[in-house]
Design a protein around this ligand. Sequence first.
Ligand code: GRF
Length: 233
Amino acid sequence: MRPSSAPGGLRLGVLASGRGSDLQSLIDANVAGKIQSRVVVVGSDVPSAPALERARRHDIPAGAVTPDVNLKGDERRREHDGRVLALLTENRVDAVVLAGYMRLVGPALLAKFPQKVVNIHPALLPAFPGLHGQKQALDWGARVAGCTTHFVDAEVDHGPIILQAALSIDPRDDETALSQKILAVEHQLLPRTVHLLEQGRLRIEGRRVRIDADASWAQKYPVLPGVLYGTGY
Ligand code: GRF
């Protein structure tokens, strides 16, 4: 089904490197009327990323933007960032969601969308940033895991936290089982984050994000058993 284009929402550009289930959660939330914002373009650094196919199935323009292997270091990053930025601006994006995007976004992109670039990470930041947050938590012997949405800055998984939700780690959980449990929560937190963003309810004050919360989604929509939804959800 094609996402609706209700007035008032943001035009979202989603960057994704993989499967795209977090992307799907945004498409579904728009179709269900939970958010007004709609995904208007999907970009990926991985040409074979299923996220691109998923976007096209929903009639959303999608394109691979791969780094130029003939360039090196900073120049390669700048040039790549410029083409990603062009894809977003050509599609008149208002806000950018990193949904399983395995690259840092550069300063030009961040400057173009101030306080409008968000990321989702499968761990309770600042613990376990970077790749395989779920496995890092298991290997560390953590008892609690979860996910975080945050504004993006120049560092990996570092910007001001928007929402978090936590769940208890079952000693029998392996990386796959834990990742699945966390992913189900991600699919709630990410649309809610966009909802707060589109409603202008987020204000960054230093490291903190002040949320001018409305009716909690935990009251409005089904919650998952055993999950602790942090304030703002
Ligand atoms: C999610 O766990 C997200 O938190 C992480 O990468 C994964 C992406 O999953 N950054 P998908 O590709 O959206 O299914």
